[in-house]
Design a protein around this ligand. Sequence first.
Ligand SMILES: Nc1ncnc2c1ncn2[C@@H]1O[C@H](COP(=O)(O)OP(=O)(O)OP(=O)(O)O)[C@@H](O)[C@H]1O
Ligand SMILES: N[C@@H](CCC(=O)O)C(=O)O
Ligand SMILES: [Mn+2]
Ligand SMILES: [Mn+2]
Length: 359
Amino acid sequence: MATREVLSSRTETVNKYMKLDQKGNLMAEYVWVDAVGETRSKSRTLPVKEYTPADLPIWNFDGSSTDQAPGDNSDVYLRPAAVYPDPFRGAPNIIVLAECWNADGTPNKFNYRHECAKVMEAYADRVPWFGLEQEYTLLDHDDRPYGWPTGGFPAPQGPYYCGVGSGKVVMRDVVESHYKACLYAGVQISGTNAEVMPGQWEFQVGPCEGIKMGDELWIARFFLARVAEDFGVKVSWHPKPIPGDWNGAGLHSNFSTKEMRAEGGMKHIEDAIKKLEPHHIECIKEYGEDNELRLTGRHETGSIEQFTYGVANRGTSIRIPRETATKGYGYFEDRRPASNADPYRVTKVLMTSIFGKLR
Ligand SMILES: Nc1ncnc2c1ncn2[C@@H]1O[C@H](COP(=O)(O)OP(=O)(O)OP(=O)(O)O)[C@@H](O)[C@H]1O
Ligand SMILES: N[C@@H](CCC(=O)O)C(=O)O
Ligand SMILES: [Mn+2]
Ligand SMILES: [Mn+2]
């Protein structure tokens, strides 16, 4: 395969400059979510000190260039929401996750964090924990998954899931670098695995409480896009990157409350599943674009047409893990969210479906 070096960064050379003294300054990379559910970022210089979101400056960007504001009123404000150590530039540099706000003081149309945070605060006494399983596909610059033969298809699915060895998995270096970047930044990544479709991988983040779930998943997505950029690789978050007899990609969402995690918790899990059933269509609306291409009832999914659940069943909307069923308490997994779903929308609609909307 021809190499296209111009597309990847020259890390060795960059490292020469990265060692230089910053003279009491740090680089703060402000990250936000754009109109299509991708991350964007830009940098600014600040004096070195320990920052919390409250003492970081509010900043802005040109919303007309990201479809987040009209050209005649284009300033969108960035309000810092969470701070992480920067795994790319190293200490003392930081990553700042920011919410988008309009000039008139209303949340930007694509700021799903604001309403999610309100719901999480209102139900904080339930101590909601989430664990998200982010599946994704690594593509070359012809938008073809890595490891797929040009003009043809790989052998059918089977050897690739949790696969080890050349010919089964590709781009493990991207996955490993991303794992380290998350750990360095204190993002609660709980694991990674190669997925069923060749070129597809997964990482899990959690358990995280309340609003932290959305924050950490968005930062982990930003890190993956940034790491893959270093390798000249594209990340696809699409839930059905290749049509046909190939697995799609999900954002399985594991959920529990303090009652579900305690002795006798199964009753609370069953109650929650009953509450979710009549909200099926409402939930699906929050669970990502093009998800109808994925939720077919095949390839380890439940059909989008109906709400189903079962113990250890990967062909349902909701799966109760075998271990939870055996112990009688624990958590459940909502398998419906697509890989491109916004975690703030997913975690919010789970809460409001089960405990009620805020008035
Ligand atoms: N009590 C809990 N409440 C909420 N989330 C939890 C809880 N315990 C574990 N989790 C989270 O659930 C997720 C489980 O991910 P894991 O990949 O192991 O699940 P899986 O559904 O068996 O995988 P797959 O669907 O890929 O076969 C992890 O993110 C973990 O942090
Ligand atoms: N990739 C499947 C899930 C496979 C798995 O259980 O890991 C999906 O679209 O949800
Ligand atoms: Mn998976
Ligand atoms: Mn799962």
